[in-house]
Design a binder for this molecule. Structure first.
Ligand SMILES: [Zn+2]
Length: 251
């Protein structure tokens, strides 16, 4: 059932940074500035229709509608990221096999981490300067995103070193000799809010489970400036309506 445009879109949105990133980069028909701003994504390709017609879209203002005894979120990431890619629209880090997130007995393999500036999701109305998306897949190929909000504060040397390693030109990648430990951009607490949403990029596929950590991580002003020299325009999709969605927060 997959027609080629869907494959191209999916590889960009989900798998970029794994195998096909340069090809995806060449084929991309969406962005954040000029012709294909987020409000026009649905016009760029019929396969992006959900970006306009979807009812459970991301990002959102994460304000829990209910609290619950949420299962702990276990982040077991022993393998550092080994490749960093300048995707033009974002910076991505690719991870080898061996890193998993475990929630309620379900295991999700970490595939890549990328960044949005400013942050896409908000926390109870509060906006942040940057957001990291940890993309995971389960064995059935179901996508689960762990989101971490980054705020300006104490300099973060390990994150700065990652940004220093990003190749200058879009479409280029670099092997990370020392690797990138995702702990550099994870808070001490894994308390979270969870809800169903979508990819925040075309094709805006729904059915994505989101876990948004409610404790932000600090990065320095210089890291924000470094990122701005790599990706010089905003890379956030505007907030989407809740449409009565349940957003569960911890008790
Ligand atoms: Zn993202």
């Amino acid at each position: 059932m997959f027609r080629r445009p869907i494959l191209v879109s999916l590889c960009c949105a989900i798998l970029a940074g794994l195998l096909l990133a340069p090809q995806c980069h060449a084929a991309r028909r969406w962005g954040y500035v000029d012709r294909f701003t987020p409000d026009r994504w649905h016009l760029a390709d019929p396969d992006y229709a959900l970006c306009k017609s979807g009812t459970r879209q991301s990002p959102i203002d994460v304000s829990p509608t209910a609290t619950a005894d949420l299962p702990p979120l276990v982040l077991d990431y022993p393998k550092p990221g080994n490749v960093v890619i300048n995707e033009g629209i974002d910076v991505r880090v690719r991870f080898p096999e061996g890193d998993v997130m475990v929630v309620d007995g379900n295991r999700y393999r970490l595939r890549q981490v990328h960044f949005h500036v400013p942050a896409e999701n908000r926390l109870a109305g509060k906006s942040f300067p940057m957001e990291a998306h940890f993309l995971h897949l389960d064995e059935q190929g179901k996508l689960v995103v762990l989101a971490v909000l980054l705020e300006e504060g104490t300099p973060n040397d390990r994150f700065a070193a990652l940004l220093d390693a990003v190749p200058a030109k879009p479409g280029q990648r670099r092997t990370l000799a020392k690797g990138f430990d995702p702990a550099a951009i994870l808070p001490g607490s894994t308390d979270y809010a969870t809800f169903m949403g979508s990819l925040t990029t075309p094709p805006c596929t729904e059915g994505v489970r989101w876990y948004v950590l409610t404790t932000p991580v600090q990065i320095g002003k210089r890291e924000l400036a470094k990122h701005g020299r790599i990706v010089s325009h905003p890379t956030n999709r505007p907030l989407q309506p809740h449409n009565g969605r349940e957003i569960l927060g911890g008790k």
